[in-house]
Design a protein around this ligand. Structure first.
Ligand code: NAI
Length: 340
């Protein structure tokens, strides 16, 4: 029998939580053979909703689900956690300044980082979903000095998946035939989708350049470049706003699916393609060391490796600089607020 894995979900009573818990419990995240112990961490206002989900989880009779516990005590919530999904966050209210937003989230992610440091399992892996995700991950990590910073990630997998889906639609190919697409930088409007290394695998297994296939589908290399800058990038970067407009509330099931994908690949490994995840920078590609920024990554044996020595066009480089500057500014702001 496999060892049970303790998975803590914060904001478990919210809408992403509701889409996430059942997939974790069904085995989609860690494999159907891995027993899961769920800890649902909420604030008092969200406890009832989380308790309702706990009842429904029971009713699903998932074979892999060993136990579910609901709590508003971070020490209990993170006790023995092997995987922590930090979903609960303070959303930006009307007229709220960025510094107020960072302050409000610092008050959540600082103490949660400290509770993870004190109570989580030694091998804990943390994925921050709650926005501003990259900087929230930085704050949590700063309060967990005993946990290697490599184990605090922020989620850009939803942006990555959105990019794959848009490309598949334009090319009229299965989404799985597209690989080596990257989201660089911050999970924000400045994120940098990059298809320059993309590969398209045909039905017969032959591999070709994604950019070449797109140029063919769109008309010419020039039209493709135009489409990429004026249609594709805004479509991916502003998809969250589009979902809010159409659905009436923000992405939940797709965000949960991306969180499942992220942790699945982190723990169980990536295949032949890389994926995108915001991880602590080691200085690769000029991203200042210590920032949590999205990179092309592969995972083996439970740790991410940043793909090295990819050629970067001037356009991607310029966009990445803007996104990284935003991360630097956020880091300076949380420093000056005494949050890290
Ligand atoms: P929601 O408002 O439905 O749920 C949030 C839940 O977090 C609430 O139940 C609330 O009580 C709880 N919460 C607040 N503070 C908490 C704390 N200190 N400890 C534990 N729980 C706490 O929000 P939703 O739609 O589930 O989204 C959650 C977050 O995910 C938001 O910050 C949103 O911006 C972010 N998000 C990130 C995406 C990404 O790609 N990285 C994509 C979509 C959403």
């Amino acid at each position: 029998a496999q060892k049970p894995v303790t998975v803590t979900v914060t904001g478990a009573g919210g809408q992403i939580g509701y889409a996430l818990l059942f997939r974790i419990a069904s085995g989609a995240m860690l494999g159907p053979q891995t027993p899961v112990r769920l800890r649902l961490l909420e604030i008092p206002a969200g406890l009832k909703s989380a308790e309702g989900s706990a009842l429904e989880l029971q009713d699903c009779a998932f074979p892999a689900l060993e136990s579910v516990e609901v709590t508003d005590d971070p020490a209990r919530g993170f006790d023995g956690a092997n995987v922590a999904l930090l979903v609960g966050a303070r959303p930006r209210g009307p007229g709220m300044e960025r510094s107020d937003l960072l302050k409000a989230n610092g008050a959540i992610f600082g103490p949660q980082g400290a509770a993870i440091n004190a109570h989580a399992a030694e091998d804990v892996k943390v994925l921050v979903v709650g926005n501003p995700a990259n900087t929230n991950a930085l704050i949590a990590s700063a309060h967990a000095p005993d946990v290697p910073p490599e184990r605090f990630n922020a989620m850009t997998r939803l942006d990555h998946n959105r990019a794959l889906a848009q490309l598949a639609q334009v090319l009229d190919v299965p989404v799985a035939s597209i690989s080596n697409v990257t989201i660089w930088g911050n999970h924000s409007a400045t994120q940098v989708p990059d298809i320059s290394h993309g590969i398209l695998t045909g039905p017969d297994g032959t591999q070709g350049s994604l950019v070449g296939a797109l140029a063919k589908a769109i008309g010419s290399a020039q039209d493709m470049a135009q489409w990429f800058a004026t249609t594709f990038i805004p479509r991916v970067a502003q998809r969250g706003a589009e979902i809010i407009e159409v659905r009436g509330s923000s992405s939940a099931a797709s965000a949960a699916a991306a969180a499942i994908d992220h942790v699945h690949d982190w723990v169980l490994g990536t295949g032949s393609s890389w994926t995108s995840a915001a991880v602590v920078s080691d200085g690769s590609y000029g991203v200042p060391r210590g920032l949590v920024s999205s990179f092309p990554v592969t995972s083996q044996q439970g740790s991410w490796h940043i793909e090295q020595q990819l050629e970067m066009g001037a356009d991607v480089r310029e966009r990445l600089e803007v996104s990284v500057n935003e991360l630097v500014e956020e880091r300076e702001m949380v420093r000056s607020l005494g949050l890290i």
